[in-house]
Ligand binder design. Sequence first.
Ligand code: NAD
Ligand code: UGA
Length: 456
Amino acid sequence: MKITIIGTGYVGLVTGACLAELGNDVFCLDLDQAKIAMLNGGGIPIHEPGLAEIVSRNRAAGRLHFSTDIAASVAHGQVQFIAVGTPPDEDGSADLQYVLAAARNIGKHMTGFKVIVDKSTVPVGTADRVSAAIQEELDARKPGSEEIQFSVVSNPEFLKEGAAVEDFMRPDRIVIGCDESAAGQQAQALMKQLYLPFNRNHERTFWMDVRSAEFTKYAANAMLATRISFMNELANLADKVGADIEAVRHGIGSDPRIGYSFLYAGCGYGGSCFPKDVQALERTARTYGQELHILRAVEQVNNNQKHVLGQKIGERFGADLSGKHFALWGLAFKPNTDDMREASSRVLLGELIARGATVAVHDPVAMTEAKRVLALDLAATPGAFGRIRFCDNQTDALQDADALVIVTEWKTFRSPDFEQVKTLLKTPIVFDGRNLYEPEVMGDQGFEYYGIGRSV
Ligand code: NAD
Ligand code: UGA
C-alpha cells in the first residue's frame, strides 16, 4: 500500500519505517530540512533500538523515502498519517497548529480519495477539526475539488520510547476510530488491510467511533501516570513510617487486579507525553465544565516528586551546597533514549547548581542532547552551565564527588564495581532516584544509601 507519514519524529519515523518493513511503499514528510537531509544521508536523528537497521534496509529496498516536498508526499499516499507534535499550549491544552497545518496541506494538494489518519495524540473532537480544515482547502480550490472524497480516522499510538520498534511491531492493541459514512467504511476497509499483518494470529484491533478512539489515548496515559504518582506518594509516606515501597510493590502487584507494571516509585515521570497529556485531558474537561481532581493531583505529585532527590540531598548536606560536588548518572527521561523532554535530571541539576554545587554527569546516549537542552535551561544564570562537567563514562563522573546521584535506570548502572565506586567518591553516599539497589546490600558494602520509599 502507498503510505504517507506527515511528521518524521519519534512516532512518524518509527511508523514509517515499520510499515515499510511490512512491504508498504512509504513517504515520510517533514518540514525540518536538516532532519530529512540527515535521513537521506543515512543518519538517524533519534536514538531508538533497532530503528537504524530497519530504516537502512528499507531505504536500500526503495520502500522508504524521506522528503520535504509537500505536494509530492500528499500525492503519494492513499493513506496519510498525521504524526506531528501536539505540544502543550500556554494554558496546558494541546496545541493543534501542526496537526491543522498538516491537514490543510493535504486539502491543498489531494486529487482523489484519501484516508487521513490522526496518529498524533489529539483531544476529542480533533478529527472533526481536521475534516473541516481539509474541506475548507478543497472548497477554496478550482470548482469540482470540493467533491473529492476523504475520511479522517483516529489511530492513536501507544509505543514507548526506547522500545518503540518492538512496541509498534508487536502491539498489544490497535485502536481505530472510524465513522459510519460511506467514506468511513472505505477507510475502515483500507485500515483493516494495512494492519492485517499485525492481526494474523490474534485479532488486536479495537474498532470504535472516532471520539472514543481519541479519548482512549488520553485515558491510557492518564491511567499510567496516575499509577506512578500514586506509588510516588506512597513511597514518600513509606520513607516516613519506615516501610519499604519495593516490598509493598510486590505485595500489591501480585493481585491480578492491580498487576506489577508501572508501579515503580522514583524521582518523577518525564518525557514528551505523560506531562502534556495529563494536562491536556484536564484542560479538555475544564472546557466542558468538569474538573478532573485526580489528574490535577497526579500532576502536582509529579512536579513535587522531581524535587525529591534535591530534598534528600538538602536534608543530608544542608540547603547551601557551596563547595559540594556531585556525580550524576542518567540524564534522559528514561533509559534507551536520548530524549530529554521533561526529564527529572533537568529539575535536579537546576536545583543543585542554584544551591551552589558543581556536578559531573554521565548518560550512555543523551550527552549531546543534554548539552543542548541544559545550555538553554541554565542560560539565564551566568556561569551555571559551566558548573556541569560532562563525562565520557560513568566512572569518570565519580571522581571526588561528595555523593553519587542516580536519575535514570540505565542497565549499565545496575551492577557497577561498588568497590571502585567507593574508592572514587570522596564519601560513599548514594542517592538512588530509581531504586536500583538494595538498601541492605548497600549498607553491608559500606555505603550510606538513600532510595525512594526504602527507609526501612
Ligand atoms: P516529534 O516532535 O518527535 O516529531 C514531530 C515532527 O513533526 C517534527 O519532526 C516536526 O518537524 C514535524 N512537523 C511539524 N509540523 C509539520 C508539518 N506540517 N508537516 C510535516 N512535518 C511537520 O513528535 P513525536 O514525539 O513523534 O510525537 C508526535 C505525536 O505522537 C504527538 O502527538 C505525541 O503526543 C504522540 N505520541 C508520541 C509518542 C512518543 O513516544 N514520542 C508515543 C505515542 C504518541
Ligand atoms: C508513554 C506510554 O508508556 C506509552 O504507552 C505512550 O504511547 C507514550 O507515553 C506516549 O503517549 O507518548 P514513554 O513516555 O515513552 O511512553 O515512556 P514510559 O516508559 O511510559 O515512561 C514515562 C516516564 O514514567 C519515565 O520518566 C519513567 O521513568 C517513568 N516511570 C515509568 C516511572 O516513574 N515508574 C514506572 O513504573 C514507569
